[in-house]
Design a protein around this ligand. Structure first.
Ligand SMILES: [Zn+2]
Length: 189
């Protein structure tokens, strides 16, 4: 069934991960992955709501302020709009791993927030991530999940939390399949 709401992880799905496993701390560090903005444009054309969920423990660790991470997301949303797409909402876990929050993935809090804001049943939503903890968070919230091979995806493909999770080369391939379009008709930017 075609989802009416896609819940996307950020780093490794929409943009390149920071070098050396660090964090994207300013808009200047942002690099879109190939095809990601095309995928977002297709989702908008198809009327699919888009939520982004992201662990940003850099805030809890004192490496960035909420304001600085908001600036990264403002640019992300603006550049998405310029490309003809739309990110409807961004959900951030600002906590450090030891804080015991319920929103740091693999816990389901961010996914539950995204479902609540969308006002849609879990069954109408689908999560796309590259990290095992994204998939675990989605499954814990009762939504369907898909893996992309970008980011940490290749490693995650060898260590899936459950059988039967579809795997796509990247977000554009995932979106093309979910929307029922032939991927060979797609020309990424
Ligand atoms: Zn949290």
């Amino acid at each position: 069934m075609k989802p009416s709401h896609l819940i996307l992880d950020r780093d490794g799905v929409l943009n390149r991960e920071a070098r050396g496993g660090g964090w994207i701390l300013s808009p200047a560090q942002w690099r879109w992955l190939p095809g990601a903005r095309t995928a977002l444009r297709r989702l908008r054309r198809a009327g699919v709501r888009v939520s982004v969920t992201t662990n940003q423990s850099c805030i809890g660790r004192g490496l960035a302020t909420t304001h600085e991470i908001d600036a990264v997301h403002r640019q992300m949303k603006d550049e998405c709009l310029e490309a003809g797409g739309r990110i409807d909402a961004v959900f951030v876990c600002p906590h450090a791993p030891g804080d015991g929050c319920d929103c740091r993935k693999p816990r389901p809090g961010l996914i539950v927030q995204a479902l609540s804001a969308a006002g849609l049943e879990a069954g109408a939503s689908l999560l796309v991530g590259d990290d095992r903890r994204d998939l675990e968070a989605g499954l814990a919230a009762g939504v369907r999940v898909a893996l992309v091979r970008t980011g940490k995806g290749e490693r995650t493909a060898a260590d899936l939390p459950t059988a039967g999770i579809p795997i796509y080369d990247n977000l554009l391939a995932a979106v093309s399949a979910l929307l029922g379009e032939a991927s060979d008709s797609v020309s990424p930017e």
